[in-house]
Design a protein around this ligand. Structure first.
Ligand SMILES: Nc1nc2c(c(=O)[nH]1)N[C@H]1C(S)=C(S)[C@@H](COP(=O)(O)OP(=O)(O)OC[C@H]3O[C@@H](n4cnc5c(=O)[nH]c(N)nc54)[C@H](O)[C@@H]3O)O[C@H]1N2
Ligand SMILES: Nc1nc2c(c(=O)[nH]1)N[C@H]1C(S)=C(S)[C@@H](COP(=O)(O)OP(=O)(O)OC[C@H]3O[C@@H](n4cnc5c(=O)[nH]c(N)nc54)[C@H](O)[C@@H]3O)O[C@H]1N2
Ligand SMILES: [Mo]
Length: 762
């Protein structure tokens, strides 16, 4: 019988070779598999696993709050499971009794594993809910601004993401694809929950073969694998370019008035801003050129071309991961509405083709197995990327979505399935803020920087060491994920860890509901089976599912046209906005009176950008890494093959390199007022001059001065909210200096284990 496993990077077939080693290969149904994680069980990665429970020395000796400044710089003492669990449970109990559950931060953001049961974030939330509740996070690093603005303007992101016009429809109907931020193949390798088939390459190839013209605006030209016109534009200025296009449509009578009247509200208010009737500044192509660097004639030419043919506009999620990230989202919808093609096959907009595999997938929308997370008795929350600010300012007010809230006073952090030393901005600031709570507990599989910054580290199993169910929205499969290896060291499943803690805290019955892992898998599968049957799809029972291993639902795929029902009958299919229409002007947002997010799309200057850069400063983009998922698998062979001398590569235009006396392969320093890191230079003429790219994912590796030696861009990024509306991550807004080359570059030690010592006197 074929055994399968699954991960965010794909379904894998597992075989055991003559020496007893587990060999993973991509599934045969996948036309475009990737090599990510095929080497997951190799020694290189296994050697950095957490093998036994460990407690930071000062914390073990002196208790909660002991020398928090030593977190990340102090040896650990390995202890027995019973002792670690007793310590962790007693501390959770102390904090909830002394300070209340609103002193427990369980936001615990992160991608954790693909299986639906052993999804660490769901498990930690369920556990903390049964233990009295926790401070949660809202939204994501991925879509901080979009998740708040899009439901007010058109529809919630969750719905938009799963109802995108499918690739087959674009192949048959689109004539012109205009991208802001490309359609990056590297990102489509991933889908939260995994996939059986990759859609982007076959999709784009079919579009190219159909003769569809493609244009790509942005600072980077290598994020669209097709013959495209690359229009260089400065980072964070796409809103200005789109406004310039809108001006052309408006002033040349090319805007679709009938569409704007029937399907939208507030166009006239926006038009007053666009033409300058409101403030005397007309947002013309010439105005946009001054901001973006795109020649005004190019903006005019392309705007006219768009109005004359079936056009799909695609915008990358990264554009909203920036200062005023709400504005490109709103402008994307506004510009598409002016073209009047929303809801028509192959026209309108896409928001994130390429961001993950399921965007543009035609697979059926089916419910999936989920672990219920229970009820959280604590109402406090933070927008996810405000973590440092929360830790620094207990009790202080913060603005979010038109209201004011207060930051909680956190005494204990519990993290499972995420890596803030990967995902958060301005890591030197985080490092200080992280000193606030008395205790940090982390469940981890590997000795990540986050594990190293914990007081109690509990070793978790990896997917290959446990049974699970794999599923992802619009990916057309269910997979019985089999246990392929015994847990390493003393690692336990997160479920077992939380069960043991719940027993000590007296809430085991609520947490487990009397079920073991097998019981949960069966329940989750059977409940899901019932909901799927309601949609006319007959699934085998749990035993049959296990037997079959993989259920391929591809035969239920159907072409999708985003918002087609709304277009054909806007009364019967109202949008979930206050007016039921596309809100080009939003009374609600306007009523908030926010200077950094007014009532319609506008251009606002980013906090840092090339338009205000000092001499020699460059704009640093920190995009998603091609050879791994975030920081996961950074130590794998495939990821290391992409490094130079063990360091991440920084892509730079040859012109900028020559000006600094830098050559390919050199080690350079990137720095700004927030920090510094080293990286290896890769010359790339598909990066525009003035811009560098250092992808995320390199494990944090600071030297004594705090300079990261490995190439982690988050020591440099800006930690401010996108705006006071949504407070999303603004990672793509960041200026840096680049200097070098270094004559004797230091070695990297990112994958070194922490020091272990025996307990003093013990
Ligand atoms: N500068 C910059 N920063 C960014 C971004 C950017 O564009 N630029 N992008 C942001 C985005 S969009 C995101 S989504 C975040 C991603 O940030 P994260 O999701 O935090 O990054 P990962 O590296 O995926 O971290 C997942 C962690 O969970 C652990 N893990 C996996 N499975 C399990 C499990 O079963 N149990 C337990 N206990 N642990 C497990 C892994 O070992 C890993 O350490 O980064 C953000 N950060
Ligand atoms: N291999 C791999 N794939 C992934 C992930 C991963 O870690 N590894 N992470 C997944 C996750 S969690 C997410 S949220 C998605 C994120 O998906 P995205 O947010 O779309 O990903 P990025 O790679 O950050 O950016 C996409 C492109 O936008 C460009 N760009 C950046 N700033 C600007 C700008 O101001 N203007 C223009 N025009 N272009 C700009 C970048 O250079 C890059 O080429 O990716 C997912 N896919
Ligand atoms: Mo993300």
């Amino acid at each position: 019988m074929t055994r399968h496993t699954s991960s965010h990077w794909g379904v894998r077939v597992a075989e055991t070779d003559a020496e007893g080693r587990v060999i993973l290969t991509p599934h045969g149904a996948d036309q475009d598999p990737n090599p990510i994680g095929l080497d997951q069980l190799d020694e290189g990665l296994q050697s950095i696993r957490v093998r036994r429970p460990a407690v930071r020395k000062s914390w073990l000796e002196h208790g909660p709050g002991a020398r928090p400044d030593l977190r990340g710089h102090e040896p650990f003492v390995e202890v027995s499971w019973d002792r670690a669990l007793d310590l962790a449970a007693a501390e959770i109990d102390r904090v909830r009794k002394t300070h209340g559950n609103a002193a427990v931060f369980g936001g615990s953001y992160g991608w954790s594993s693909a299986g639906r049961f052993h999804h660490a974030q769901s498990q930690v939330h369920r556990f903390l809910n049964t233990a009295g509740g926790y401070v949660r996070h809202l939204n994501s690093y991925s879509l901080g601004a979009a998740r708040v603005i899009m439901p007010r303007v058109i529809a919630p992101m969750e719905w938009l993401m799963t109802h995108h016009t499918s690739w087959d429809v674009m192949r048959d109907h689109t004539k012109l694809l205009v991208c802001f931020g490309g359609v990056p193949w590297k990102n489509s390798q991933i889908a939260a929950g995994g996939m059986l088939r990759h859609h982007l390459r076959p999709g784009l190839k079919a579009m190219a073969e159909a003769g569809i013209r493609m244009i790509n605006f942005g600072p980077v030209g290598d994020n669209l694998e097709a013959d495209a016109e690359w229009v260089q534009s400065r980072p964070n200025t796409d809103t200005a370019v789109m406004l310039g296009m809108a001006h052309v449509l408006h002033s040349e009578g090319l805007a679709d008035r009938a569409f704007l009247d029937r399907y939208c509200t507030g166009y006239d208010k926006f038009a007053a801003y666009l033409t300058g009737a409101e403030d005397g500044i007309a947002r013309t192509p010439d105005w946009a050129e001054g901001i973006s660097g795109v020649p005004a004639d190019t903006i005019r030419r392309i705007a006219r071309e768009m109005a004359g043919t079936r056009t799909m506009i695609n915008m990358s999620w990264s554009l909203q991961r920036a200062s005023h990230g709400e504005q490109p989202c709103w402008m994307l919808v506004t510009l598409s509405a002016m073209l009047g093609q929303i809801g028509l096959p192959g026209g309108g907009f896409g928001f994130g083709y390429g961001a993950t595999n399921n965007l543009g997938s035609a697979e059926a929308w089916l419910p999936g197995p989920t672990l219920p997370q229970g009820h959280n008795a604590v109402s406090d929350f933070i927008p996810v990327a405000r973590i440092s600010e929360m830790l620094e300012n207990p009790g202080a007010p913060f603005a979010y979505d038109g209201k004011t809230y207060n930051y909680p006073d956190i005494q204990l952090i519990y993290w499972a399935g995420g890596n803030p030393w990967h995902h958060h901005q301005d890591l030197n600031r985080l490092e200080k803020a992280w000193e606030k709570p008395g205790t940090v507990i982390v469940n981890e599989q590997y000795w990540t920087a986050t594990a190293k910054h914990a007081d109690i580290v509990l070793p978790a199993t990896i997917t290959a060491e446990r049974e699970d169910i794999g599923y992802s929205r619009r990916e057309g499969h269910l997979v019985a994920m089999r246990k392929l290896a015994e847990p390493i060291g003393e690692a336990r499943d997160d479920y077992a860890i939380f069960t043991a803690l719940a027993e000590r805290l007296g809430c085991a019955d609520a947490y487990t509901e009397g079920l073991d892992t097998e019981g949960w898998l069966r329940r989750m599968y059977e409940e899901n089976r019932k909901s799927v049957i309601k949609r006319g799809i007959d699934l085998p029972d749990f035993e049959g599912f296990r037997e079959q291993g993989l259920i391929d639902l591809n035969s239920h795929a159907e072409p999708i046209v985003l918002l087609e029902p709304f277009r054909s009958d806007p009364e019967a299919n109202k949008l979930p906005t206050p007016s039921g229409l596309i809100e080009i002007f939003s009374e609600t947002i306007d009523s908030f009176g926010l200077p950094d997010c007014p009532g319609h799309a506008v251009w606002l200057e980013p906090r840092e950008w090339l338009g205000s850069a000092g001499e020699g400063m460059l704009h640093m983009l920190s995009d998603q890494p091609g050879r791994k998922l975030h920081s996961q698998l950074d130590a794998s062979r495939y990821s290391r093959d992409g490094k130079v001398n063990g360091r991440e590569q920084m892509h730079m235009n040859p012109e900028d390199a020559v000006a600094r006396g830098i050559a390919a392969g050199d080690t350079v320093e990137l720095s700004n007022d927030r920090g510094a890191c080293l990286a290896a230079v890769c010359l790339n003429d598909r990066i525009m001059p003035g811009v560098v790219r250092l992808s995320t994912g390199a494990w944090h590796d600071p030297d004594e001065t705090g300079r990261d030696r490995h190439g982690n861009p988050n020591v440099l990024t800006l930690d401010v909210g996108t705006s006071s509306l949504s407070q999303g991550s603004a990672a793509q807004t960041c200026l840096v200096r680049v200097s070098g080359p270094l004559n004797v570059p230091p070695c990297t030690t990112a994958f070194a284990l922490p020091d272990f010592v025996r307990e003093s006197g013990g």
